[in-house]
Design a protein around this ligand. Structure first.
Ligand SMILES: [Zn+2]
Length: 297
């Protein structure tokens, strides 16, 4: 059984809640499809964990993506979550774009040096709801720092994040302070829990299970851990989606590619699946963007 899971927890008599995300198969399923250098693998792992945490925290049923876009050797780092089968489950995918030579020439492999000047875009697309995008500067030393900045500006709920990844696993811890009651029973809970959470190490986060992480950090608190929700790698690409995207290019462009190449080949950047459209498929798409070409190649 997959160990990939997301687990919510809360502290009794306080307004503090949290989530722990732990990814192994999901992370490996993303890495196996690409030949990313190690520093990029690690950052992508952190971003995948962050994506799972944010989706659960915002309680979004829909698509959430986090994109880091910069001017440096790492021009794009992206993770996206989509609802999985069953309540609260998530399907994750991720991708990186980088310049090999520029990366090799880099001595300093910090986030800021890898991405250069840039921004972090968080896009929420709830099912049947309005699309929302929040943008913050990519000017913090860690992905977690940039996302805390996002929460401060957009959600206005104090939120802290710790992210970690090694060659095997990626994990994240998030705590959030909900609006305070008029007469809180435990007015210092947030400061205390925040302080305790700050003692987590990357190795603990990636190696311990959620229960042990909570015990390690909060054994003197009344922390309650909820049932885990499954997380897995899955790509949302399909022949139909690529067909609609091709239709957008217009008949002229499509026929000129056909004349040059005989057929149209597209590949999903996330999962590497190839989609081939024959001249007959393309003509059907020109007539109808939803013509789902029956040919299976
Ligand atoms: Zn795909």
């Amino acid at each position: 059984m997959s160990k990939d899971r997301l687990q919510r927890f809360l502290f009794d008599d306080t307004q503090v809640r949290g989530e722990i995300a732990q990814l192994e198969t999901t992370y490996q399923d993303v890495l196996v499809r690409h030949d990313y250098p190690e520093p990029i693998q690690r950052l992508l792992g952190e971003l995948l964990a962050a994506c799972a945490l944010l989706t659960a925290t915002i309680k979004l049923h829909g698509t959430l993506s986090i994109e880091l876009r910069g001017q440096g050797p790492l021009s794009l780092l992206m993770a996206e979550s989509n609802p999985g089968i069953g309540e609260k489950s998530q399907r994750l995918r991720g991708i990186a774009r980088y310049d090999d030579e520029a990366l090799a020439a880099l001595d300093d492999l910090s986030l800021v040096s890898l991405t250069g000047e840039g921004r972090v875009m968080i896009t929420l697309e709830p099912h049947g709801g309005q699309r929302y995008q929040g943008i913050v500067a990519l000017d913090k030393p860690t992905i977690a720092g940039c996302l805390e900045d996002y929460f401060e500006r957009s959600e206005q709920l104090p939120t802290r994040l710790w992210l970690a990844s090694d060659a095997q696993r990626a994990a994240g811890l998030l705590i959030q302070k909900l609006p305070q009651e008029a007469n809180p029973k435990d007015p210092n809970a947030w400061e205390r829990i925040n302080h305790l959470a700050d003692t987590i190490t990357g190795a603990e986060l990636t190696k311990l299970d959620a229960k042990s992480v909570l015990y390690r950090l909060f054994h003197e608190e009344q922390a309650r851990l909820f049932e885990p929700a499954p997380v897995m790698f899955a790509c949302t690409c399909s022949r139909e989606r690529f067909g609609r995207a091709l239709h957008q290019l217009g008949p002229e462009e499509l026929r000129s590619v056909l004349a040059e190449q005989g057929q149209i080949e597209t590949q999903c950047h996330f999962c590497n699946t190839f989609y081939v459209f024959t001249p007959a498929d393309v003509e059907a798409l020109i007539a109808d963007p939803d013509a789902s070409p029956p040919t299976v190649h």
